[in-house]
Design a protein around this ligand. Structure first.
Ligand SMILES: CC(C)(COP(=O)(O)OP(=O)(O)OC[C@H]1O[C@@H](n2cnc3c(N)ncnc32)[C@H](O)[C@@H]1OP(=O)(O)O)[C@@H](O)C(=O)NCCC(=O)NCCS
Length: 196
């Protein structure tokens, strides 16, 4: 993944994005335990190459995570509980799965802690991030890759009105699919923030 560079007019960290039930914001030190739990979770990492060893997760959660533009944390508005993480990055040209040979497409990733699955949280939080991206970034579209076996992720992308490009390729020893969604004003993101 290549780092996301923001145009001069866009600030990081951004103002927290408030949705009906969630706060989507840059990571802070108090997110560390939630981050480590998520990266070491067998369930959450099932389609993401498996759980990280604890030492690796601790390292990943101690570093610049969240201070790099595009790395969001989701927390519950009422309780403040850690809910998950959403990332925007650039997809390196050397990896398979692209819209154009030069690559570096804006790429979305997401992982929520299993205790918060199937409550519409991912749709609510990702919609807010896409709205932020549509305003802060020059990209006309965003891509997402998911294992074809990951039905929850594919359902989320469909719900968020991503289109399956039909591209299939092998990466991380599994078949992946490439999805794309416009960030242009014609496709309303506002409606997506409604809870189910
Ligand atoms: C994928 C993931 C983020 C979905 O989070 P979520 O909060 O449960 O999703 P939502 O509740 O917002 O649901 C979004 C849509 O997905 C559907 N969905 C969610 N989990 C599902 C499942 N296990 N099976 C089938 N559909 C599922 C919902 O029904 C909803 O679709 P609908 O509007 O048609 O009903 C979550 O399962 C997760 O974190 N998984 C592990 C990380 C991962 O695999 N990330 C993919 C990286 S590319």
């Amino acid at each position: 993944m290549a780092a996301l560079e923001l145009p001069a007019a866009a600030a990081w960290p951004p103002q927290p994005l408030m949705t009906e039930r969630l706060i989507v914001r840059a990571a802070q030190a108090s997110d560390r335990a939630g981050c480590i739990d998520l990266l070491t979770s067998r369930q959450a990492r099932r389609f993401l190459g498996g759980p990280l060893p604890l030492a690796e997760a601790e390292k990943a959660c101690a570093g610049p995570y969240g201070r790099s533009p595009g790395s969001f944390v989701v927390s519950a508005a009422e309780s403040g509980d850690f809910v998950g993480m959403i990332g925007l990055d650039r997809r390196d040209a050397g990896r398979p799965g692209h819209l154009a040979p030069d690559g570096l497409e804006l790429e979305l990733s997401y992982v929520l802690s299993p205790a918060h699955w199937r409550m519409g949280y991912a749709a609510e939080a990702v919609a807010a991030v896409l709205q932020w991206a549509a305003q802060a970034l020059p990209d006309p579209q965003v891509v997402a890759c998911t294992q074809t076996a990951n039905t929850a992720s594919a359902a989320l992308l469909r719900r968020l009105r991503f289109d399956d490009t039909g591209q299939r390729f092998l990466e991380f020893d599994a078949e992946q699919s490439l999805w794309v969604r416009s960030l242009l004003p014609g496709r309303s993101l506002t409606a997506l923030t409604l809870s189910p």
